[in-house]
Design a protein around this ligand. Structure first.
Ligand SMILES: Cc1cc2nc3c(=O)[nH]c(=O)nc-3n(C[C@H](O)[C@H](O)[C@H](O)COP(=O)(O)O)c2cc1C
Length: 484
């Protein structure tokens, strides 16, 4: 079919799409993983859609073709089916100038809703929920609310993004890009509107996106990237670095510094004397006030042993599908990766110099990593601030993820898994602290730069992702005991 000089929408069937008419008014489109049947099509629409098997076609030519076959062809239906096929990843959309695609769009989710007939009157602006990045040397804009990705194949059109940072009407956009063909700019704007990368704004400056203003861009991006169905990227255990990089070991190398062995509890005695699970669950609560008693080394040893020690390390064994070392600990962890390292800030634990310590879960041992009072003070002050300005905790546990433990295996969901692991470990800590009648409280904020200063860890390699405050209880117990 003919290709226009400029076309806002050219449609190209993806390589693996097979088109077949299977009835007088039914067209079947088969992709590798599914098939779609378009039913009750009039002859013109059916012929126009089937024609896509022969090669790329401009939307306007398809409309002309449909009407030439059947003067009563339903052109609205044609647009709807084209948009639907694009959103189901059977078609790619491009904007074309002089026979060359200058913009290309694909659906990133089956929830994408393309509009081949967008109203381009009024003020237009880049969607607030869009992210620009570079892929294979091409500028790419992902419209997260529209579930589409647009590749800027012609670098000259990159200026559109700057122009569309502010709401403008079409003449305003054309005026902001002097030296560009105004008709090409109009076609590109139509394309970006139809793919959802730009949105129309009303007189108050609202695009309708304000209804999502509680959602922050990085949160929306992480959610889409880490769930199947909202991204066309691979999500899951893909082992994409296998063969290229060695997996990080199950256990972190012990930092340099003096070591302090921790006492171990008698687990057999605890099995006999512990409070029941129901009692612990029913009386668990967050406590942010502490009694005068310090947390002893024995309590610290018992708490860490119950919650976080490493029971076993299973070495790599490819014959059983174990491609990286995993370990076994009292709490669960995504992929058995146990990416979380524990660091304890202890200002006044009897028997230990004030400092921040790394916990070695295999040796059940603390290593002093920082004794600078100013840094320790900041860690503890931040913890107090997180509780709304209550007491500084006698024990501050910082949970730090060794990111590569997860990202070597997982694609898309590595960071999301680290945060889920934090939640799991928080709860294990709550339960152990409650069983031991200590005062536990998870903390939602902490300063990753202070953690980096204290430990020397590069935040891109290992960084704090959670904090937990612990102390002894005030004499009233601060606890609703189910037996009271
Ligand atoms: C992920 C998470 C983050 C939390 N962050 C804080 C925090 O920053 N400051 C705080 O005082 N409590 C924090 N908490 C404790 C909650 O406020 C507490 O669990 C909630 O109010 C319910 O009370 P309860 O734990 O006593 O049942 C956090 C809890 C969780 C699970």
């Amino acid at each position: 079919m003919n290709v226009g000089v400029r076309s806002a929408f050219r449609l190209t069937a993806v390589d693996q799409a097979a088109f077949q008419q299977i009835g007088p008014d039914v067209l079947e489109i088969r992709l590798t993983d599914r098939r779609m049947r378009l039913k009750r099509l009039d002859k013109g629409v059916l012929c126009a859609l089937a024609g896509l098997a022969a090669g790329p076609a401009d939307r306007d030519r398809l409309r002309e073709y449909a009407r030439s076959v059947d003067p009563a062809a339903d052109l609205r239906r044609l647009d709807q089916e084209l948009a639907r096929l694009a959103s189901r990843s059977a078609l790619e959309l491009s904007c074309v100038a002089n026979g060359q695609p200058v913009l290309r769009a694909v659906a990133t989710s089956r929830l994408a809703a393309f509009d081949l007939n967008p109203a381009k009157a009024g003020q237009l602006r880049l969607s607030r929920l869009s992210v620009a990045s570079v892929r294979e040397d091409v500028l790419v804009v992902e419209a997260l609310a529209a579930y589409t990705r647009v590749c800027f194949l012609d670098p000259a059109l990159g200026g559109l993004l700057t122009a569309l940072a502010t709401a403008r009407d079409l003449p305003g956009i054309q005026a902001a890009l002097p030296g560009h063909d105004p008709e090409l700019i109009e076609a590109a704007v139509t394309f970006l509107l139809g793919t959802g990368a730009i949105v129309a704004v009303d007189q108050s400056g609202d695009s309708g996106e304000s209804r999502h203003r509680q959602r922050e861009l990085p949160d929306v991006a992480l959610h889409a990237r880490s769930r199947q169905g909202l991204s066309d990227q691979r999500v899951g255990g893909t082992f994409r670095f296998a063969g290229e990089l060695d997996p990080a070991p199950a256990l972190r190398a012990r930092p340099d510094g003096p070591g302090f062995a921790l006492p171990k509890p008698d687990l057999d005695r605890l099995r006999r004397t512990d409070r029941s699970l129901t009692d612990v669950q029913e009386s668990r609560r967050s406590i942010r006030q502490y009694g005068p008693d310090p947390i002893t080394l024995a309590q610290l040893g018992e708490f860490l042993y119950r919650v976080a020690r490493c029971r076993t390390v299973h070495p790599v064994d490819e014959s059983i599908g174990l491609y990286y070392e995993v370990s076994d600990r009292p709490y669960p962890s995504g992929g058995g990766a146990y990416d979380l390292e524990l660091y304890l800030t202890l200002p006044s634990c009897p028997g230990l110099p004030p400092g921040m310590y790394h916990y070695a879960p295999d040796e059940h041992l603390l290593t002093l990593v920082c004794d600078r009072p100013e840094v320790l003070g900041r860690m503890l002050r931040d913890a107090s601030t997180a509780t709304g300005g209550q007491q500084e905790p006698p024990v501050l546990i910082t949970l730090a993820s060794r990111f590569a433990r997860l990202s070597w295996k997982y694609e898309g969901l590595a960071y999301a898994t680290a945060l889920k692991n934090v939640g799991v470990l928080y709860h294990a800590m709550y339960l152990a602290a409650t069983a031991m009648r200590l005062a536990p409280c998870a903390l939602g904020t902490g300063d990753a730069a202070t953690f980096s200063e204290a430990t020397g860890c590069d935040p891109l390699v290992e960084s704090s992702v959670g904090e937990f405050a612990l102390g002894s209880r005030a004499s009233d117990g601060g606890e609703r005991d189910v037996r009271d």
